[in-house]
Design a protein around this ligand. Structure first.
Ligand SMILES: NC(=O)c1ccc[n+]([C@@H]2O[C@H](COP(=O)([O-])OP(=O)(O)OC[C@H]3O[C@@H](n4cnc5c(N)ncnc54)[C@H](OP(=O)(O)O)[C@@H]3O)[C@@H](O)[C@H]2O)c1
Length: 262
């Protein structure tokens, strides 16, 4: 029988691509949005869900008979020097990217443990290899997720529940349109980071399509023994290997040279 998959944040970007691809591949798919359009014509069911709200999480999970696979995809980003991020925005970031995932996992695990079967996939980031300037707090949120995923990999094994993270490089989605930013005009040297960062973000049109991630997700779900960590995207592989080849200090020094010299 087709497995039932819940994909959080399926109104756009990677989550929508996953939901569409898995539907086409024969899975029974439930996607979510904070504000699902009642007139939507997606081929999967779109349920309301705000992962920052406990009642919303409980109501969403209760609407589905049995969740075989949970894909924690909903997420937001923050592009800002660490010093100039407001605590309020940082709480919002962690509420979505870390506590939101924790709420979802708490909500689905009792049924998965009772059935002694289930699979969870957390959509993570290349920035788990190293935090980068302007992306430090976003990196911190995804690194928190990785730590939680590692521990769960061990804790859930006796219950026959698999958990993995998929560290994505940069893909073309809406994420830059909803990003959190500095709480006030940037000070001095931070402006250079900001300008160069956004100059390279202008090349976003050349990023890969999220459908690539969706195809990898299907392969992970169908793997007989899913691994703890996966990476997708040349940039994700590059960051992973470069930080094993040279020290982080040296790597971050090179990044700084690029950000301040151009
Ligand atoms: N794009 C990249 O380059 C990239 C790289 C690495 C990792 N990622 C990760 O990939 C995931 C998807 O991001 P994306 O790039 O596809 O961005 P996106 O196009 O902006 O999609 C984000 C999704 O998350 C949902 N969402 C946001 N806040 C939510 C909340 N509080 N509760 C429930 N849903 C919420 C949004 O749905 P509604 O607004 O409809 O609620 C939307 O469907 C994120 O976890 C992101 O960190 C992306």
């Amino acid at each position: 029988m087709a497995r039932t998959v819940l994909v959080t944040g399926a109104s756009s970007g990677i989550g929508r691509a996953i939901a569409l691809h898995l539907t086409e591949a024969g899975y029974r798919v439930y996607g979510t949005s904070r504000h699902p359009n009642p007139q939507h014509n997606e081929p999967f069911t779109l349920l309301p869900l705000d992962v920052t709200q406990a009642e919303s999480v409980a109501a969403c999970v209760a609407m589905i008979d049995q969740i075989d696979v949970l894909i924690n995809n909903a997420g937001i980003t923050m592009i800002c020097p660490v010093e100039q991020a407001s605590l309020e925005d940082t709480y919002r970031l962690f509420e979505t990217n870390v506590f939101g995932v924790l709420r979802m996992i708490h909500a689905v695990l009792p049924q998965m443990r009772a059935r002694r079967s289930g699979q969870i996939l957390n959509i993570s980031s290349l920035l788990t290899a190293v935090g980068m300037p302007m992306l430090g707090l976003y990196a911190a949120s995804k690194q928190a997720l990785e730590g939680m995923t590692d521990a769960l990999y061990a804790e859930l094994a006796p219950f026959n529940i698999q958990i993995s993270s998929l560290q994505c490089g940069a893909f073309q989605t809406n994420i830059q349109n909803t990003m959190l930013g500095p709480s006030r005009p940037l000070d001095g040297a931070y402006q250079a980071y900001h300008d160069v960062f956004f100059a390279s973000a202008g090349q976003v049109a050349r990023l890969g399509p999220p459908e690539q991630v969706a195809k990898r997700v299907q392969r992970i779900l169908e793997s007989p023994r899913p691994k703890l960590r996966y990476r997708i995207g040349m940039d994700a592989h590059f960051l992973y290997y470069i930080t094993r080849l040279i020290s982080r200090e040296r790597f971050l020094g090179l990044v700084n040279r690029r950000l301040t010299n151009s």
